[in-house]
Design a protein around this ligand. Structure first.
Ligand code: SF4
Length: 349
């Protein structure tokens, strides 16, 4: 592994400074940035309009840490999961989910995860490190190429629902989103980007001021603190009142609705008390609830709820005028569904 930084860690001002110090023309900066981001080259030698002298300088000082596809898994429902190796041999996973109307990319923000959501296999990997902004960008670039190849369409939607808690890799996630949205990046619509968080109040308030204009989804799973702590033990540090307070704040600043993600577990949060608590919370902030099918990941205390319980939840919410949908998991047969990303080929679960 080379002891040099990826050139993409430098913004245009820093790169300009570097070029001046090396007696290079300033206008070359935009050309180089175009090659390393827009064209996503893997070697400086590919820059056909750049002098050999400058290519050699860049080669001496920087690297391009491009990820490598290790393996792909194709589901019977069209979903494709990719195992991706980073420059330091760490593995992450990213998923391409096609449907009639859209192609969704689900990407990772960390190698593993430091949180402990009981329904999620990624939590068993623990957090190895945060991804750099360019590693987040590269996943989308790569998936977009795959999407054009397999589905003849570009990616339409992006969700941060892969490995990791995006708000715990705040700076890199914000930088990556800004690059993904920019004309010099992927020119991706902010409205089609969703950051999915397990709910960290302080950081939700912070990100409200980034002017990202993207959507926020919150893994809620229970509006009752004690139950939420069973499902997501880390949430004991974040009382539900604080979470709701931060979501109100986010809504006030961004004027955007919240999307609550909600898994109903058999015998854990499937009764009327939980439904009423959810309704109460939903009435405090403009929102939508997305019920997600549970995909068992090994902890036997957690089981998928009976269909009648889901119907009961949906009936209650609809009667109260709360928009709700039910999402059937995609890619379950290749362990690509919600909560199933665990680098299976490496850890051998
Ligand atoms: S659901 Fe997200 S935040 Fe929770 S453990 Fe899994 S990857 Fe981490």
């Amino acid at each position: 592994m080379e002891n040099k930084d990826d050139i993409r860690l430098l913004n245009s001002e820093k790169l300009e400074e570097f070029f001046i110090n090396k007696n290079q023309k300033k206008y070359r900066v935009n050309q180089v940035l175009d090659w390393v981001w827009n064209k996503s080259i893997s070697s400086f030698s590919q820059m056909s309009n750049i002098s050999d002298d400058l290519k050699n300088i860049l080669d001496k000082e920087f690297v391009l840490n491009k990820p490598i596809e290790i393996k792909s898994y194709k589901s019977s429902d069209g979903t494709i999961k990719y195992s991706i190796q980073l420059y330091d041999k760490n593995l992450i996973e990213a998923v391409l989910i096609p449907s009639k109307k859209r192609i969704t990319a689900c990407i990772s923000s960390q190698v593993g995860c430091s949180l402990d959501c009981k329904f999620c296999a990624t939590s068993r990997l623990y957090r190895k490190r945060n991804l750099f902004c360019y590693e987040i960008f590269d996943q989308l670039f790569f998936l977009n190429e795959q999407s054009k190849f397999y589905f003849k369409r570009k990616i339409s939607n992006l969700v941060f629902m892969g490995m990791g808690e995006p708000l715990l890799n705040y700076k890199n996630v914000v930088k990556a989103i800004n690059k993904i949205k920019s004309k010099s990046g992927l020119n991706f619509s902010a409205k089609k980007i969703t950051i999915s968080t397990s709910g960290i109040p302080k950081i939700i308030k912070h990100i409200a001021h980034e002017d990202l204009k993207c959507n926020l989804a919150v893994s809620l799973h229970s509006a009752i603190q004690k139950t939420r702590e069973i499902i997501m033990p880390f949430s004991r540090k974040f009382p539900i009142e604080d979470l709701i307070d931060s979501l109100k704040y986010w809504n006030r600043v961004t004027k955007k609705k919240i999307l609550y993600e909600y898994i109903i577990f058999d015998g854990i949060n499937d009764n009327v008390e939980h439904i009423k608590a959810l309704v109460k919370i939903c009435k405090t902030i403009p929102c939508k609830v997305n019920f997600i099918e549970y995909n068992p990941t090994g902890d036997l205390r957690f089981r998928r709820c009976k269909v009648e319980k889901l119907e009961l939840y949906q009936k209650y919410l609809t009667n109260e005028g709360i928009v709700n949908t039910y999402r059937v998991s995609r890619g379950r047969d290749i362990n690509a569904a919600c909560g199933q990303l665990i680098n299976l080929n490496k850890v051998g679960y």
